[in-house]
Design a protein around this ligand. Sequence first.
Ligand SMILES: Cc1cc2nc3c(=O)[nH]c(=O)nc-3n(C[C@H](O)[C@H](O)[C@H](O)COP(=O)(O)O)c2cc1C
Length: 337
Amino acid sequence: MLYNLLRPLLFQLDAETAHTLTLDTLSLLQKTGLLPGHTIHCTPVHVMGLDFPNPVGLAAGLDKNGAHINALTRLGFGFLEVGTVTPRPQSGNPRPRLFRIPQAEAIINRMGFNNAGVDKLLENVQQADYPGILGINIGKNADTPLQNAADDYLIGLRKVYPYASYVTVNISSPNTKQLRQLQNETQLEQLLGALKTEQTRLSDQHGRYTPLAIKIAPDLEPDQIAAIASLLLKHKMDAVIATNTTTARDGLEHLPYGNEQGGLSGAPLTERSTAVIHRLAAHLQHAIPIIGAGGIMSPADAQAKMEAGADLVQIYSGLIYRGPNLVSETASLLCAD
Ligand SMILES: Cc1cc2nc3c(=O)[nH]c(=O)nc-3n(C[C@H](O)[C@H](O)[C@H](O)COP(=O)(O)O)c2cc1C
């Protein structure tokens, strides 16, 4: 209700300014005790060896530095994913780099992993002292050559391992040059092998197993999805997140900002990402859980992802267009099943 009043005002502002203002305001309200919490009654969902209080999570990229954890958890999420974070801080692409396309309930972003670096994120995570499920999403710095990408992921994994409930390996952002090439069979084989070896070593070192999730793009051909699925099985990954944003622009070309470079999210992505989940599920046969993301703009969209084979879901763009009530409404529907 309140969001319906605020949305037209926020939509008058440049998208990135509105984003920062909204998150800062939420955090201020939370710190002063003025942010009401949502209580959602749900039987916990057991995925990746973790008990999720409800299956609706926050997708990566909204809180890149983990600076708003205590405010975001009040919205009723069953889990939060922060990041993408890189080993070293970086400023990302020049602004403007975030565009709303309200006619299509879509967003195009080419943020380029703007973040304060993994050390700052961990400082924020420790300060938040949040007892819930926290995914930390890791990536590579823009100036790290692709052939050294594994080094960046290993640095990130070692640092976040003791603080994360699970770690997401982001190889699917369209805004870091060549990053998506890591989804190719040869490169992925090497990367997953290196990550699994390190995860095993870290698990011994810390006496605690932190699951690894791989986040993939919605722009993969069926044979690429099949190849990725068999590598995930071979290397015993703990989950797959499907999907990131798309480079497709079907039907948006004529709209203002419709041809901006970057990754498209929101309503135009719904079907495409659900189709990827469907294909993945057929290959994985429940051996590896799927976290569904992409164009969840209503509780029914989330249910369609569960029916396609997702075990959990994540939301980003739906929050911008439908407001925070989308979280509790979606959780209520999924928990009723
Ligand atoms: C502004 C913006 C920034 C994003 N940044 C990240 C990111 O840093 N890492 C990541 O894995 N995904 C990122 N994403 C992708 C989302 O996590 C999600 O996978 C995608 O937007 C599809 O979901 P949606 O349609 O609900 O937004 C970003 C999305 C948006 C809109």
